[in-house]
Design a protein around this ligand. Structure first.
Ligand code: ZN
Length: 45
């Protein structure tokens, strides 16, 4: 499962804690901590 600071590639990732969805648009973008709750683990949505 992708974690904050990973570069998981383009796609939508969902916070495992609060369900906030975030979109990564570039292969080189880092997944940030959840902006809503600060959680660091995500599921590919
Ligand atoms: Zn969250």
């Amino acid at each position: 499962m992708p974690r904050a600071t990973d570069r998981p590639g383009e796609g939508t990732y969902k916070c495992t804690n609060c369900g906030q969805e975030m979109t990564i648009e570039k292969e080189s973008d880092q997944l940030p901590p959840c902006p809503s709750c600060g959680n660091n683990t995500f599921n590919a949505a």
